[in-house]
Design a protein around this ligand. Structure first.
Ligand SMILES: CC(C)(COP(=O)(O)OP(=O)(O)OC[C@H]1O[C@@H](n2cnc3c(N)ncnc32)[C@H](O)[C@@H]1OP(=O)(O)O)[C@@H](O)C(=O)NCCC(=O)NCCS
Length: 150
């Protein structure tokens, strides 16, 4: 199985599937209506799907808000069966590249302190933990706010 990841804008047609994957992989979703609204009405929202070039199998996604000079990762994930193959890094490389078209000083994201794999990945891309948001998640877990200055 050799996958070649390509990243494209999310389309309305993708949303039913994305809602299912959101729940499976990160345990929550903004929901169909909100995501559709993000795609069509929110000028700050940029949503992408990563898929295999030849089979179009869904590999993962990244969503962000870009409000120059600030950008924020809303969601990023790779389907469990494709994790630890470098695809998370593909998404972050893409993100960093995409930001070059905007005047961005600061990028932020929130992550669970227990999510060591994601934290490690973000650190590799120059993010550092700057504060803790108490009781951020549904289960009462705190969030680390991570920031990268560009
Ligand atoms: C976090 C996530 C996006 C990373 O994607 P991925 O494709 O698994 O990551 P990569 O294969 O590109 O690995 C990136 C780094 O993660 C770390 N990593 C990968 N697999 C790991 C493992 N099994 N254990 C610990 N660290 C690991 C490595 O440091 C790797 O860096 P390296 O290339 O220097 O070795 C993915 O694991 C995921 O979707 N997780 C569930 C959803 C999630 O947590 N999203 C983030 C919410 S803030």
């Amino acid at each position: 199985m050799s996958m070649k990841p390509v990243i494209r804008y999310m389309q309305d047609d993708d949303v039913d599937q994305v809602v299912i994957y959101d729940r499976e992989v990160i345990g929550h979703t903004l929901g169909k209506d909100t995501i559709l609204n993000e795609l069509s009405e929110n000028p700050f929202a940029h949503y992408f799907v990563m898929e295999d070039e030849s089979t179009h199998a869904f590999l993962g996604m990244i969503s962000m808000w870009i409000d120059s000079p600030k950008a924020q990762i809303i969601n990023i994930y790779v389907l469990p069966k494709y994790q630890s193959l470098g695809f998370g890094s593909v998404l972050l490389n893409f993100f960093m590249d995409y930001l070059k078209s905007y005047e961005i000083d600061e990028v932020t994201l929130e992550v669970r302190p227990s999510n060591l794999k994601a934290i490690h990945l973000y650190e590799k891309y120059g993010f550092a933990q700057v504060s803790i948001r108490r009781n951020y998640y549904d289960n009462g877990e705190d969030a680390y706010l991570m920031l990268k200055r560009m």
